[in-house]
Design a protein around this ligand. Structure first.
Ligand SMILES: [Zn+2]
Length: 213
């Protein structure tokens, strides 16, 4: 059982080409506190209905992990390095979360619309699972972090995931890539996230103070 622990929200603010990010790494317990006590209170006009799962592909997991000790590129720098690519592609924002094997990293704030999948940007958060899962294997530990993060997000909007409001990027009609790779059937994620929500937020009132959609 993950118990929320309080955390100060002191993100690194990064700006490039009109894209503004607030980058901070969270453990699962910190992330639950962050969504409940900070992000939920900042939500205003933009109301997403679910999550789109992606994998970063570039960088892959090997590069992401090895760059830290070898080349001194930490997670914040790693995300900063992707900003020119997004800006050149005309993106106004980024995906919302980057989840590696240790932490859940924020990028575009959860209370603002992100850029990650054309047809889904308007109404979905985008989660990037760090790795290229057409070639790499998603570990149980990293998978578990993604489940917890998604459970916290669905709890924030007051409903469970369904096959309709939990998406893989490749469901995007114009998607040209196999994103998020081989991460297993969507039904598995749907169920795992639901179970995690029941563990973390017993009862059907996932978030006191937030009205159900
Ligand atoms: Zn994608």
């Amino acid at each position: 059982m993950i118990k929320p622990v309080s955390v100060l929200y002191k993100p690194r603010k990064l700006s490039y080409g009109g894209i503004n990010l607030e980058v901070q790494g969270f453990t699962p317990a910190q992330f639950i506190y962050f969504t409940e006590e900070i992000a939920a209170k900042k939500m205003s006009a933009w109301r997403p209905r679910g999550v789109v799962l992606h994998c970063t592909a570039q960088p892959d997991l090997k590069t992401w992990d090895e760059d830290k000790p070898k080349r001194g590129i930490d997670e914040v720098q790693r995300i900063a390095n992707m900003m020119p690519r997004w800006a050149n592609a005309g993106f106004k924002a980024s995906p919302h979360l980057f989840i590696d094997r240790e932490e859940i990293w924020t990028a575009t704030p959860l209370w603002r619309k992100g850029t990650h999948a054309k047809s889904f940007n308007a109404t979905y958060w985008g989660i990037e699972i760090v790795g290229d899962f057409t070639r790499e294997t998603l570990s149980d530990g990293q998978r578990d972090l993604v489940v917890t993060a998604a459970a916290a997000l669905y709890a924030m909007i007051g409903h469970e995931p369904t096959p309709q409001n939990l998406k893989y990027h490749r469901e995007e009609p114009r998607a040209f890539k196999p994103c998020p790779g081989n991460i297993g059937p969507k039904e598995w994620w749907d169920k795992a996230i639901e179970q995690r929500m029941a563990e973390l937020f017993p009862g059907d009132d996932y978030r006191p103070g937030l009205t159900r959609a």
